[in-house]
Design a protein around this ligand. Sequence first.
Ligand code: 6GU
Length: 230
Amino acid sequence: MRFDIVTLFPAIFEGYMTQGLLGKAIQRELVQIHQHDLRDWAPQTTHKPVDDKPFGGGPGMLIQVEPTVNCVEAVEKKADQSARRILLTPQGKRFDQRMAEDFATSGRLMLLCGRYEGFDQRVTDILEPEEVSIGDFVLNGGEVAAMVIVDAVVRLLPGVLGDENSSIDDSFSRGNRLLEFPQYTRPREFRGHAVPDVLTSGDHKAIAAWREQQSLQRTKQRRSDLLRDE
Ligand code: 6GU
């Protein structure tokens, strides 16, 4: 799967892409991530501004339509495959596991990261991206949100996790709407806190029943909204 990330701060992604599961997935060529600096599409050659004040007044600066549309159109031509266009904004549809599963079925995502007060509305009118938010809070820019989406999508791609860490049992995944049960590893006791006896009993049926009950209890206590029918 290919990700194209359009941003004013391409360096934000560099460390993230070399580490952990994502770093491995890129090395194994299961995933390609390309960052594109919006400033490279600024019309002027010397100062290269890509932002300006909003018409009608108001605080902050907007990212301009011309560099954004030119950038997206040029980047799309860099591969044969068409891209699903996603614009990161707190005004977007809320990202969730179901959306991640849907994105994971498309071969190519183009992620547009806003900064300042956002993009000129004509970016949306012309490019018709899907507008996506990662939650009800405001970030300084879409870059962290883009990383969240890449992270959630990549671990769903075939071959990325390996069988021993399948994502099928994850909280929120299709057919699982419960939070995960608590887990323990060695030592069996630390500062008087012991591992629950059932987990060391060797009784696999009892362990499964305990975990199911713990998942249900946690979900009721912490996220009862997950138990209501959609
Ligand atoms: Cl996608 N962008 C920004 N700037 N803030 C956000 C967000 C996105 N999602 C939640 N807050």
